[in-house]
Design a protein around this ligand. Sequence first.
Ligand code: PEP
Ligand code: MN
Length: 340
Amino acid sequence: MIVAMRSDATQADIERVIERISEHDLRAVSMPGGERVAIGIASAIRPDLRGPLTELLEVMPGVDHVTQVSRAYKLASREFHPVDSIVEIKGVRVGAPTFTVAAGPCAIESRDQLMHAAEEVKKAGATVLRGGAYKPRTSPYAFQGLGPKGLRFLKEAGDATGLVTVTEIMDPHDAELIAAHADILQIGARNMQNYALLNTVGRLDVPVLLKRGPSATIDEWLLAAEYILYQGNRRVILCERGVHPLDRAYTRYTLDISAIPVVKSISHLPVLVDPSHAAGNRAYVPALCLAAAAAGADGLLVEVHPDPASALCDGPQALSSETFEALMRDIRAFTRKKEA
Ligand code: PEP
Ligand code: MN
């Protein structure tokens, strides 16, 4: 439910509405708009209370009208928050009209490898450095990441280059340590419905990049975002990275391009696209990047490795620095054309 206040509503009117909502054990969230304030109820309202509460709120001083939110998620919906959200991290903006590119290796392998990657992606125009210190691997025998040592390298590379950093969190116990070393916490596809993890990052004051699970519907993805928002963390960035494919012979997953305009229309949250994990093959990554930009994505998360052939994780989908540089030129030309 959303209570739209009149443009001449006073602060006292707003507070009285919030108080009235709270008296029913419901959570009221105030959303200042351009001209007027809207107050959303971010709780499930008992069906028998809906009618009486609407009537009660409609006649309160300063109230313009009351509308129902049709979606299961509320804080993530455009009904609740009509304007695009922009997540700002150390001067880097994620969200329209900026097109933000995050790039770097799948896994942090050494100080040298990461520093190299950081310098190269920065030179090409990326503003965010990606790199995993904790890697979710299908096999327990595969490289699991450097852990805390990797985090230190990430912080060093971020500090040295001025790039904002993003890294994956898999365990709620690591939250404080990771947040002390990285600027954005990534929830990986495998953990999209790890509710303990979602609640943990929701209580932090750190932006979160939430990947879509490969089997998750759009509603499930937005409800996962809702967990983070509900805990109070409003800096959520969504990331489409491909869903389970019909045909694994050619691509690792299928990039759900349709999800981009759909999510942009029903949610105010910025949407990045990760074409690397979707394709699983570097040959297809540049085309998917351009497709994502054309479909209205707010940016990209791309795997780039200084020496893809030697990568300890996801080498086949990693772009070389040269290919990434060429891709960034194409992206810039495309986004400029779109603006013109
Ligand atoms: C990653 O970004 O390296 C990663 C593991 O991605 P995903 O969670 O999308 O598989
Ligand atoms: Mn990877």
